[in-house]
Design a protein. Structure first.
Length: 279
C-alpha cells in the first residue's frame, strides 16, 4: 500500500486527509494518507526516517515548513525562493522538497475570478510578511502583476519578499493602509487574523476601488469578516479553501502517480466538514 502523510504540531485540525482520501477513493488507489503530530524537536528525525516508515512522502504544515527546507536533500526553485517546504517525497532515496502554496494560491484565483484576472488586477496589497505572504507574493509576481505592496506591523520583516523583485515590491506599515487601499486592485489577507480562535482583522474596506477583489487565505471560518465586508460592498471575494485544495494537487500526483482534479464535489465535501466543525 502506498502511504503519504501530513505532519504538523498540532495537526488534528487539518482537512488534508479528507481531501486526499477523496482522491484515493475517486481513483481507486490502494493507498492511505495519514496525520502525523510531530513535535518540532522530533521533526528532522521523522523526515530522515521516511523510508523506514513506509511513506512515499507527505505534506508539511506549521510549524515545520522551514525545518523541512533545511532537512531536504534536493529543493525545487520555488522552495529555495521561499526558504520553506510544504511538500516532500522520496525519489531513489533522496528527500525532495517543494512549495506548492505558490501555485495553489494563484490557481485558486483562476478558479474564483476566471483566467486572466491579472489583467484587471495589476496592483496587489498583501497583508502579512510570514511564510504564507511569501508564497502569495511570489505567485502574484509570477503572474506579472505590476506592483505588490506588503503591509506588516514590522515592515523590516518583509525584506525577504522585497528581495524577490525590488522594482515591483515595496513594504509599508499597517498605519498607511487607507492610502494604499485606494490604489489597490487585489487585497489579500495572508495572516491568521480573522481565523477561528484568532484576533479579528481590523480593516476598513471603504477606500478600495469598486473593481477591486478581496482574497483571504483563512478557510476556517469559510466566510471571514473580511470577505463578508467585501461582499457587502459588492466586491469579488475569494476564500481560503481554494488555495488549500489546489496546493494539494501536485503532492498527490507525486505520491500516487495520478493528477487529481479540484471538483465542485470535493469542495462541497470539505465545506460540509468545515460547517460541521463550526457547529
Amino acid at each position: 500500500m502506498l502511504k503519504a502523510f501530513v505532519a504538523g504540531h498540532p495537526i488534528s485540525h487539518s482537512r488534508s486527509p479528507l481531501i486526499h482520501g477523496y482522491w484515493l477513493r475517486r481513483h481507486g488507489i490502494d493507498g492511505a494518507y495519514e496525520t502525523a503530530d510531530v513535535p518540532p524537536a522530533d521533526f528532522p528525525r521523522f523526515l530522515r526516517g521516511l523510508g523506514l516508515s513506509g511513506y512515499m512522502g507527505g505534506n508539511v504544515t506549521l510549524p515545520h515548513k522551514e525545518t523541512a527546507f533545511r532537512v531536504a536533500d534536493a529543493l525545487s526553485a520555488r522552495a529555495q525562493r521561499l526558504r520553506a517546504v510544504n511538500t516532500v517525497w522520496l525519489e531513489d532515496g533522496v528527500l525532495h522538497g517543494d512549495n506548492t502554496d505558490v501555485t495553489g494560491f494563484v490557481e485558486s484565483l483562476d478558479a474564483a475570478l476566471g483566467r486572466g484576472w491579472e489583467e484587471a488586477h495589476r496592483r496587489a496589497l498583501v497583508l502579512g510578511a510570514g511564510g504564507a505572504a511569501r508564497a502569495v507574493a511570489a505567485g502574484l509576481l509570477d503572474r506579472g502583476l505590476a506592483r505588490v505592496l506588503v503591509a506588516a506591523r514590522d515592515p523590516d520583516k518583509a525584506a525577504p519578499i522585497l528581495a524577490y523583485d525590488p522594482a515591483r515590491v515595496s513594504a509599508l506599515p499597517f498605519e498607511a493602509l487607507a492610502e494604499a487601499l485606494a490604489r489597490t486592485d487585489l487585497l489579500v489577507n495572508a495572516t491568521s487574523l480573522g481565523m477561528t480562535g484568532k484576533d479579528p482583522l481590523p480593516i476598513d474596506l471603504a477606500p478600495l476601488p469598486d473593481h477591486a477583489a478581496v482574497a483571504d487565505i483563512v478557510y476556517a471560518p469559510l466566510e471571514t469578516d473580511l470577505l463578508r465586508a467585501a461582499r457587502a460592498r459588492g466586491l469579488a471575494a475569494v476564500d481560503g479553501l481554494g488555495m488549500l485544495l489546489h496546493q494539494a494537487v501536485p503532492g498527490f500526483q507525486r505520491w500516487f502517480g495520478v493528477r487529481p482534479q479540484v471538483t465542485p464535489e470535493l469542495r462541497a465535501l470539505v465545506e460540509a466538514d468545515l460547517e460541521r466543525i463550526a457547529r
